[in-house]
Design a protein around this ligand. Structure first.
Ligand SMILES: [Zn+2]
Length: 312
């Protein structure tokens, strides 16, 4: 059911972005953040605290690069949220994940408020088919015939990759399903929610798909911006700013045009965890009804079956 939210400061809707560091180099997306900062957006930038030691499926710059680290700390000072994208860009043991969390805390002064699992990390928590329940899991298996059932083990207590207890203790929000719908709250009205069947995650949140600049700008086209505002909704766009948002050290023009337009609407432009904290105060209970979870799982599976674009 669609909830109408009274946003703080007389704002009429909420919009934020969760940026995934895949393929980023040091300095490679700085023009995007200069623009966001200038326009008054305070979004979420996720990082890898540790440099990897093996070959990743998808890698990128980590907090062990001094120039990148200084830049991320500067973003944090400006009011951006720094979030976690696993300890590093490839599979980490329990000890490595522990070290990554501690390194994050040393760098940023607190454990991560929010995180998203990274592609190819087998310690990802409740990932792959484990995102789904009951019959939905079997449909997922039919769509992903090559993945073995135990590919993701962060929540499996006997696995050397287990870190569920650390996740539950230290991380408030973990990203789960993403949708093409701009109004994330419409696609997942119960977020942030606790799922009793996935006890090592305190609270889950959903995202809106905008994985590269073309999908992002299509999702953020004028009519969608106006509908998000009219519905009084909330959008948490999941993206990779390395994917076409910067061309020859300049922000891609269509992205800039649409973000400038959005900045002039009466939106609440705060980081993902601030938005989720606020939504949590509007909750009746933190726990999830099975029917609600089924509806969201079904919506996500249907989208997966009929749309192929985007990584989610
Ligand atoms: Zn990633």
């Amino acid at each position: 059911m669609h909830r109408r939210i009274q946003w703080p400061d007389g704002k009429s809707f909420a919009f934020t972005i969760f940026d995934d560091p895949d393929h980023q180099g040091s300095g490679s997306v700085e023009p995007v953040y200069s623009l966001l900062s200038e326009l008054g957006f305070r979004t979420t930038v996720s990082v890898w605290p540790l440099r990897g030691s093996g070959r990743p499926r998808i890698g990128g710059v980590t907090c062990e690069d001094p120039a990148y680290r200084a830049w991320i700390l500067d973003l944090q000072r400006k009011g951006f949220e720094v979030a976690l994208h696993n300890a590093t860009y490839h599979t980490s043991s329990r000890q490595e994940t522990h070290d990554g969390l501690e390194r994050f805390k040393t760098l940023f002064g607190h454990y991560p408020h929010s995180m998203a699992n990274h592609t190819g990390c087998r310690e990802s928590i409740y990932w792959g088919r484990d995102r789904l329940s009951g019959a939905h899991r079997w449909i997922y298996d039919l769509l992903h015939p090559r993945q073995s059932p135990d590919e993701f083990e962060g929540h499996i207590e006997h696995s050397p990759l287990f870190w569920g207890d650390l996740c539950r203790e230290k991380v408030r929000y973990v990203r789960n399903f993403t949708f093409s719908e701009i109004n994330t709250l419409k696609a997942c009205p119960m977020m942030p929610y606790h799922d009793p069947d996935r006890p090592f995650v305190q609270s889950w949140f959903a995202g809106t798909e905008g994985p590269c600049v073309t999908t992002f700008t299509d999702m953020l086209r004028e009519e969608n911006q106006d509908r998000l505002a009219a519905e009084g909704g909330a959008s948490i766009v999941y993206t990779h700013f390395s994917q076409g948002f910067v061309e020859q050290n300049r922000v891609q023009p269509e992205f800039e045009r649409l973000m400038r337009r959005l900045s002039r609407l009466n939106g609440w432009f705060v980081p993902a965890h601030t938005l989720l904290d606020f939504l949590a105060t509007k909750r009746q209970g933190q726990s999830l009804a099975v029917a609600d979870r089924s509806r969201v799982e079904r919506r996500w599976l249907l989208q997966k079956m009929f749309k192929t674009r985007g990584r989610s």
